[in-house]
Design a protein around this ligand. Structure first.
Ligand SMILES: [Zn+2]
Length: 253
């Protein structure tokens, strides 16, 4: 780190549990963020300001006026622009020292698999089951840690699937693709703006801890937040030995 970086990250360097080595690991790390909506906005702002050295942000949508209530990485003058490049432009104004790659596309399963292989940590900030399950499969196959977030109305949840570990459950163990529940969309149900900020920020916190090797990860637990009552709930997660995604991958390995 040079002098300017020591100043920029000085409040991390002061933390006994973080310090210079963790900051350097963070600066050498690469996060893949899928979705630059509400969750992605909060996650991206903190990943960039904290010094995640390389960020790939992938989103196929364009910014519109209804996004600005909660998608805080985008600006009024970004309306009509692709979300990925709008987000990258904002991040460059916060921390020009990191590398941000904007992918203006809705990535399908094969594309996600190749993107996941290059990343150290993956943040699922998407808003649909197809992407969530494709991203989970890619993370299981490449054994990459997946930080999953979701938020609708006043309710949010965060989970970490540390797929580098043999005993780790995956997203499919928890939310089986076959028993697909009704997809809940912000556009029809609404979403409380600060809720996605809380969940996305927690995703950034977990992603940073994972790559910097700091603290205890949320892996193996699901945290749920009720924004209307301001209450957190937590449940332990167990691997489903018959899981069609991680069970099969591990037998093959
Ligand atoms: Zn599984």
């Amino acid at each position: 780190m040079d002098d300017s970086q020591r100043l920029r990250y000085s409040r991390h360097l002061l933390l006994n549990e973080f310090g210079e080595e963790a900051q350097e690991r963070l600066l050498r790390s690469h996060a893949l963020v899928v979705g630059a909506g509400g969750l992605g906005s909060a996650a991206l702002l903190y990943l960039a300001s904290s010094g995640m050295g390389r960020i790939t942000v992938c989103d196929g949508d364009k910014v519109d006026l209804t996004n600005l209530q909660r998608q805080v990485v985008h600006r009024q003058d970004s309306i009509g622009r692709p979300k990925a490049s709008s987000a990258a432009a904002t991040l460059a104004t916060i921390n020009p020292e990191i590398q941000v790659e904007a992918l203006e596309e809705r990535a399908g399963p094969e594309r996600l698999a190749s993107l996941v292989r290059t990343a150290d940590v993956v943040l699922d900030c998407s808003d649909n089951f197809a992407t969530r399950h494709a991203l989970n499969k890619a993370c299981v196959a490449a054994r990459k840690p997946l930080v999953s977030g979701a938020g609708i109305r006043f309710d949010g949840q965060v989970a970490v699937f540390d797929l580098r570990r043999d005993e780790a459950p995956c997203y499919q163990c928890l939310f089986a693709e076959e028993s697909r529940s009704e997809e809940e969309r912000c556009a029809t149900l609404g979403v409380f703006a600060p809720l996605v900020g809380i969940i996305g920020t927690l995703q950034a916190l977990e992603a940073i801890k994972l790559v910097a090797g700091v603290g205890e990860s949320l892996a193996g637990r699901l945290m749920m937040f009720d924004g209307l009552g301001s209450r957190w709930h937590e449940v332990r997660l167990a691997r489903d030995p018959h899981c069609s995604v991680c069970g099969a991958a591990r037998v093959a390995a």
